[in-house]
Design a protein around this ligand. Structure first.
Ligand code: SF4
Length: 359
């Protein structure tokens, strides 16, 4: 949430999610890999961008985070103990936020080093000095090396809860969101989005612990927690026990695929090539998902409609029609003769569907 999500670095997660929503679109892949905002591309093409987080939402997010982390994380700690993410008596906050996000650290580089140092010390409490034992780590920051996601990327987690009463230190990923927890009525799309983000963070932590060589001395829980708001207040409501196994695997696989897609991209034509123009020129592949995330959706939808692309009626219709465009599908429905093997196959399936509907 708040942790730098409004900064260029914090956009790493958003760029990954953007790519994952339509990985077949070359323009989208180019935009995600090279960090070229699609809003800028839309403006370049003369369209008004239709997405983007409002300043109000960002401010609200930052305020909520500050409230729950102040006084050594008192409000958050109480909820984490109530939901048994942390044991009774847990205390201590390690604040790794950078100054622009309300923390003490001057830069992301310092936050990356401090995160490594802290996790290393948790894994090796016999090191020099008294071992740190914070119950909450705010904004641990992970550098994903080049070669896992191109280019090298920084991920800032929201919070980690740490417990020490089960042998090895045990880490639970927490994702902070400002929308209210309405129990069984919380928006399922918002919850799915929050779990997907937490899965990316869990995967990033796996990579970091492996890099530090302490994966066997620190336990990373496969379940995470979502920190939402109590309706109408700035107090947190924690949803514990969120299963993140699928989302972590999705992130691992997605990073690999994005990497492969990035390698397959044609480079910009010359060092002076304008990246925004390069994304604007790249091939597009409209899909239903575009309407939910991309600033060029209305333009690409109009172009797809013009071309008779069945995706304008949704991905199910596109799958059903295969290579046949909308114009030809209508002609077949009106009794036209099929011209290709694909059209003959579609006609067979249409007739079968018709006879099932009217036995
Ligand atoms: S709206 Fe256009 S540019 Fe954006 S992802 Fe979809 S097809 Fe690609």
């Amino acid at each position: 949430m708040g942790n730098g999500s409004g900064t260029a670095q914090g956009n790493t997660r958003a760029r990954f999610e953007q790519w994952a929503r339509n990985p077949l679109c070359q323009a989208n892949t180019l935009s995600a890999v090279h960090n070229v905002r699609m809003a800028d591309v839309a403006r370049h093409l003369g369209y008004r961008p239709s997405f983007g987080q409002s300043v109000f939402a960002l401010t609200r997010g930052n305020n909520f985070e500050r409230q729950i982390l102040r006084d050594e994380g008192a409000r958050l700690l109480e909820e984490l103990i109530r939901t048994d993410v942390l044991p009774e008596g847990a205390k201590g906050l390690a604040d790794l936020r950078v100054r622009m996000n309300g923390g003490p650290l001057p830069s992301l580089e310092e936050a990356i080093e401090a995160t490594k140092g802290l996790l290393g010390a948790l894994a090796d409490p016999s090191g020099p000095g008294s071992p740190p034992r914070p119950a909450i780590i705010a904004s641990p920051t992970v550098l994903i090396p080049k070669g896992v996601m191109l280019p090298e990327a920084v991920l800032i987690l929201d919070v980690l809860a740490v417990r020490y009463d089960r042998g090895r230190p045990e880490l639970t990923v927490g994702e902070i969101k400002t929308y209210p927890d309405r129990g069984g009525h919380t928006d399922p799309h918002q919850l799915a989005g929050a779990r997907a983000q937490a899965g990316i963070y869990l995967h990033a932590l796996e990579l970091l612990l492996a890099e530090l060589g302490c994966g066997d001395r620190v336990r990373l829980r496969r379940t995470g927690c979502l920190v939402l708001t109590r309706p109408g207040s700035n107090f947190p409501s924690v949803r514990a026990g969120e299963d993140l196994r699928y989302q972590t695997e999705r992130a691992r696989r997605g990073f690999e695929l994005l990497e492969a897609a990035a390698r397959g991209l044609a480079p910009f034509e010359s060092p002076g090539d304008d990246p925004i123009d390069a994304v604007a020129r790249a091939e597009t592949e409209y899909s239903e998902a575009c309407l939910r995330f991309c600033d060029r959706a209305s333009q690409c939808h109009a172009a797809a409609l013009e071309a008779g692309n069945p995706a304008v009626l949704g991905d199910e219709v596109r799958r059903f029609l295969g290579e046949v465009d909308l114009g030809r599908a209508v002609a077949l429905l009106n009794g036209g003769d099929p011209r290709t093997a694909g059209e003959r196959d579609l006609l067979r399936r249409l007739r079968r569907a018709g006879s099932t509907a009217h036995p």
